[in-house]
Design a protein around this ligand. Structure first.
Ligand SMILES: [Zn+2]
Length: 100
């Protein structure tokens, strides 16, 4: 996978836990919820360095992939236009509660 399309940020940001690609900004998180499997999900209004993949049997959501490692990091809700990212796929900003 090439890394030529990546955007890098100054200041606090969330990165991919596997490849450290910059994915999102703390200010773009509008909610944090626990899904039906007990996993934390963060809702972002936008993401960077990701691409969406169609699901064959469900057009209401799309999978969100990291461009750096092609890992699925969450789902995009087509109707609401929001990006739900699994907390355990993210590495949070230094000094924040999400820095793990
Ligand atoms: Zn990645």
């Amino acid at each position: 996978m090439g890394r030529m399309f990546e955007i890098e940020f100054e200041g606090p940001f969330y990165t991919c836990i596997k490849c450290h690609t910059h994915l999102g900004l703390p200010n773009d998180i509008i909610s944090k919820e626990i899904d039906q499997f007990g996993r934390y999900e963060y809702e972002f209004t936008r993401l960077f360095n990701t691409f969406l993949g169609e699901r064959p049997f469900n057009s209401a959501v799309k999978d969100i992939f990291c461009v750096g490692c092609s890992n699925i990091i969450g789902i995009y809700g087509v109707t609401g236009g929001s990006y739900w990212v699994l907390r355990n796929e993210l590495h949070g900003p230094e000094g924040s509660d999400d820095e793990v």
